[in-house]
Design a protein around this ligand. Structure first.
Ligand SMILES: *[C@@H]1O[C@H](CO)[C@@H](O)[C@H](O)[C@H]1NC(C)=O
Ligand SMILES: *[C@@H]1O[C@H](CO)[C@@H](O)[C@H](O)[C@H]1NC(C)=O
Ligand SMILES: *[C@@H]1O[C@H](CO)[C@@H](O)[C@H](O)[C@H]1NC(C)=O
Ligand SMILES: *[C@@H]1O[C@H](CO)[C@@H](O)[C@H](O)[C@H]1NC(C)=O
Ligand SMILES: *[C@@H]1O[C@H](CO)[C@@H](O)[C@H](O)[C@H]1NC(C)=O
Ligand SMILES: *[C@@H]1O[C@H](CO)[C@@H](O)[C@H](O)[C@H]1NC(C)=O
Ligand SMILES: *[C@@H]1O[C@H](CO)[C@@H](O)[C@H](O)[C@H]1NC(C)=O
Length: 516
């Protein structure tokens, strides 16, 4: 009987490299608003591109990439190309490197794999994949590890969010058709990560950014998690990526190029489940098109790719952690085959986590239990893949406090796999006003909130006075309970609905995941 993928996997697990190509302690920034735009990060540029400065991106307002592409079908590719080239380029990589950071998380839309877009009903710019290839080359040359984050999914995975690509309440991601498209995206990105030398420092792929919090609204997500990992491992098996090279089925070993190898892998029904076989089959022509766009030589003949592939190690699979959802969520740990890492995002700025004052914030963060409680359920190593210095009392937050707030969060989030700040930078304009101070890593570094060496602190003892201190607060802060971390945003949305404008131009869209 042919060995099953599960067999390969138990083997892999036995020798799993915990973080594989990721640094053992991650210090990073998100490349937000590069290949998936959120206008609050660069409102001035967005308006110059032809967008609107929207209060609610869901209506007729041009507040998402989809809306902008639909409005300017003739010029959209040029408009975005200009943005992609200027928002993230070599000087940004130099700054990130100069700040001592070792990792970036790159939010991506499904539309970067262009053949996945149904252009009769879906509108997105073209050419992003070439910009990704360019940016990854800079990052590779700087030795910075990369997490490719599937941030904006086919069919839209989060209601009324610009970060979802299309701002709409019509959420269609959690359906077989769109899970399938996301898995094809995954197969293509896995192949590129191993085959295109520009992708040399890609170490991980994140399956989906911030799925809906209520697991009752994400049917099929548990199967998607398993298929996501199996697709990545199946592509790696097909390419002979160590450490599974000894196990390659004979039919794969004899293939002359990557497309023929993927086609052969799609027939291995004893090794892969039916959906994985369909994904591999459907990925073949799409991969071929993208490979042509990127001018990749996909020959597997000796002397070509094989020497590159021998140096590659298995990608790290990455999911939002078990605590992200409530209502009996599936556990991503059940999907693991080989190295896997978990992600959680924590923002205090929308209320509900701690009372809106400096003492309450520090008491909360210094006693944070999220990492331990989620790890106990299998979500380890745990990374905090998004956080900021945002507060509910922006203008009143003193510089002294901002240093403590940065230190205390870094202490908390650095306890396991590390952290990735949102965002690497913000536009400096009258429209962003004071936001860069709390949301731009580079601005925080310039102001001395962040230390020149990210593993260091302005005051490593910042938490000593707060640990085990009980605050009398109206909202539970210390010892956040499992699954509750993101509920505050639901409260924030309700507050927002009853009082739009209460918080001025705060970047609320990005973080409100579940309006119901
Ligand atoms: C934004 O507008 C959409 C449709 O126009 C509506 O369904 C939604 O509730 C609005 N969202 C907010 C937060 O006002
Ligand atoms: C694209 O969408 C249109 C409209 O929904 C549909 O009729 C068509 O079959 C779709 N094409 C593909 C290739 O899925
Ligand atoms: C890959 O190999 C197959 C079978 O030999 C061939 O038909 C196909 O044209 C090749 N594709 C590329 C991109 O070289
Ligand atoms: C692709 O690589 C193979 C193996 O090194 C080589 O024989 C072939 O000529 C290359 N093809 C192109 C178009 O460069
Ligand atoms: C800042 O403090 C002043 C005085 O206590 C208060 O009136 C104001 O609402 C505060 N602003 C914010 C954004 O918290
Ligand atoms: C942003 O603007 C402030 C105030 O004008 C200035 O001090 C700062 O240097 C600017 N930052 C960047 C990154 O341009
Ligand atoms: C805080 O309390 C926990 C549990 O009671 C205890 O294990 C820990 O040592 C205390 N830490 C400090 C700094 O007092």
């Amino acid at each position: 009987m042919a060995p099953t993928l599960f067999y390969y996997l138990s083997f892999l697990t036995a020798i799993a490299l915990v973080n594989a190509g990721l640094p053992s302690k991650i210090y990073g920034v998100n490349l937000g608003s590069w290949l998936v735009m959120e206008s609050w990060i660069l409102p001035d540029e967005w308006v110059r591109m032809g967008g609107d400065n929207c209060q609610n991106c869901s209506g007729t307002c041009i507040g998402s990439e989809f809306a902008l592409a639909q409005k300017y079908p003739e010029t959209v590719d040029q408009i975005f190309n200009q943005h992609w080239e200027t928002w993230f380029n070599q000087p940004d990589v130099d700054q990130i490197k100069g700040a001592g950071l070792n990792t970036v998380r790159v939010p991506l839309g499904y539309w970067i794999v262009e053949p996945l877009v149904n252009r009769t009903t879906e509108f997105y710019p073209r050419g992003g994949i070439l910009q990704l290839q360019r940016g990854l080359t800079h990052l590779r040359d700087a030795g910075i590890s990369v997490i490719l984050d599937h941030h904006a999914l086919p069919g839209v995975a989060s209601p009324n969010q610009m970060f979802a690509g299309r701002c709409t309440s019509d959420v269609q991601f959690y359906t077989p058709y769109n899970y399938h498209r996301a898995l094809i995206w995954t197969a293509v990105m896995t192949a590129l990560s191993h085959l295109d030398p520009a992708f040399g420092s890609v170490a991980a792929i994140e399956a989906i950014n911030e799925p809906i919090l209520d697991a009752n609204k994400t049917p099929g997500y548990g199967d998607f998690q398993k298929n996501f990992v199996q697709v990545i491992r199946a592509v790696e098996l097909t390419l002979g990526i160590p450490p599974v090279s000894g196990e390659v089925p004979p039919i794969l070993a004899s293939q002359v190029n990557v497309t023929s190898a993927l086609s052969a892998a799609a027939t291995l029904q004893n090794n892969f489940n039916p959906e994985v076989c369909r994904v591999l089959k459907d990925a073949v022509p799409i991969f071929a098109q993208v490979a042509q766009q990127l001018v990749l030589n996909t020959s597997l003949e000796l002397g070509g790719l094989s020497s590159i592939l021998q140096q590659r190690t298995a990608l790290v699979t990455n999911f939002m952690d078990i605590g992200w959802q409530y209502n009996n969520p599936s556990n991503p740990a059940d999907a693991a085959i080989g190295p896997q890492i978990y992600d959680n995002h924590l923002y205090y700025s929308y209320g509900g986590v701690a009372d809106a004052n400096e003492q309450a914030y520090l008491t909360s963060i210094c006693n944070l239990k999220t990492i331990q409680t989620h790890a106990a359920l299998g979500s380890s190593p745990l990374l905090i893949g998004e956080w900021s210095l945002g507060t509910q009392f922006n203008a009143n937050a003193s510089d002294v406090f901002m240093k403590q707030w940065a230190d205390a969060q870094k202490l908390a989030y650095g306890k396991d796999a590390g952290w990735i700040f949102w965002n690497f930078k913000l536009e400096n304009s009258t429209l962003t006003a004071d936001l860069p101070r709390q949301w731009s890593y580079m601005e925080g570094l310039r102001r001395g909130y962040f230390t020149q060496d990210p593993s260091k602190f302005n005051d490593p003892y910042v938490c000593d006075a707060y640990i085990n201190v009980t605050m009398t607060t109206t909202t539970a802060t210390s010892g956040l309970t499992l699954l509750s971390d993101r509920r505050p945003q639901r409260l924030a949305l309700i507050l927002w609905l009853i009082g739009i404008g209460l918080w001025g131009s705060f970047p609320l869209y990005h973080y409100v995941s579940n309006p119901n």
